[in-house]
Design a protein around this ligand. Sequence first.
Ligand SMILES: Cc1ncc(C[n+]2csc(CCOP(=O)(O)OP(=O)(O)O)c2C)c(N)n1
Length: 475
Amino acid sequence: MKVYEKPNALYGTFERKTGPALESTHYCQGCSHGNVHKMIAEALVDFGVQDRTVFVSPVGCAVFGFYYFDTGHIQAAHGRAPAVATGIKRANPNSIVLSYQGDGDLAAIGTAETIHAANRGENITVIFINNAIYGMTGGQMAPTTLIEQHTTTTPGGRVEGIHGNPIRMCEMISTLTAPTYVERVAIGNSKHIMKARKAIRKALQIQIEGRGYSFIEILSTCPSGWKMTPPDARDWMLEHMTKVFPLGVFKDESKAREPGSWDRVIKPFEPEAVGAYLKDFVGATVADPSQSKPQEMHCKFAGFGGQGILTMGLFWAQLAMRAGSKVSWIPSYGPEMRGGTANCQVNIADERIGTPLVEEPTMLAVMNQPSLEKFEAEVVPGGVLLVDTSMVKTAPTRTDIKTVLIPASEMANQMGTSKVANVILLGALTAATDAFPFEYVIKTLPELIKKKSLVEMNIEAFTRGYQYVREQQNG
Ligand SMILES: Cc1ncc(C[n+]2csc(CCOP(=O)(O)OP(=O)(O)O)c2C)c(N)n1
């Protein structure tokens, strides 16, 4: 005798954060969500993947997926389920990830996420519940609402010239190169339901085998939103929706895809990988870390646009990167090409860096008055403040930090161009912090300068800045 029971991937009773535990779901009578939940749960148990499944639920009627599925669970912001699913899958390639979404979520607010996850061929399974309406919020028009269909926001029926036509997601997605399997099924009669079950299982199997992205659209009923009895809703769906959204397979390349070929794993940037990266893209190698690797530093470089502020920070970060440190560099500048404010933040550390932002700099270099006024207070006690005194007319006020004053812009002008003031400051900074050996910078700087005709001048500028501070230090 066949016993029909709740699959183990659904909880026995549905405990809720508030109110009593329920025996049944919150879905309305005749709603398709329940059928589809059961099919998914059965497949997860049959394939033995329940323990490594992460169900990503949408904003919409399926928002409470976590009350029902005894799996990992994340509830995504409206429309973002495929982006969340991408992150989970890439961070945990062994997980089985379902992006479960309604038509409002998937085809309206989340259209971009949907298309791009499909276009990247993420190895995830997207289950698309198309009930032609926004069910959860009371039956507003969705992108898949049929022409002439009455909803609360199209009380006279959807009109092509005003609201556009129903969007056919399977047709759109199947034009993309990456997706492996795209099928539209329906929760109609038992034959349809068996087909839907088969499609869901196939899609999951494809993911389990690492064969790539699947998209299963399920024509579904919403008797409450449509204001019909469950049998009438089923008949209406079969009669009207299947005309606009024909059932069938739109794309199936599952046989042509090698198992495992669509698993995307992000490998952390290990030092060896960084070395290879530099070799491939910059033609340089990582210097011997024991010689040149700097101490941990959190730096801010600030001034006007056009002063070479961003380049100064970039050079500093690249010097550290080539010496084997982990680094981050992030620019911040106004919309003007010249004359606006510009600053950049550089982190240098042995460990991987969590945030590129520098809120408590251990080193601040300023090339104009507003930057000194704005950032001086941020420097941590004991930190270093480097000031281009040609551009800053008031003296720094802090006494608990090490201040280094240098007329960098005037020194640059004496060399014939104000453009090297930033590199003069880099020289000063190197001497003031002892971050890098002088010889290391002289050897590495030429590799960082794209225009070879400018190398000599920059080496000179760096040396001048370095010597200026060393002379001050030696009294
Ligand atoms: C950012 C944001 N915008 C709008 C809403 C309101 N809202 C909640 S559910 C929903 C649409 C749900 O419809 P659908 O995705 O078709 O799922 P169904 O409820 O029909 O299963 C909307 C617009 C929201 N919660 N968040």
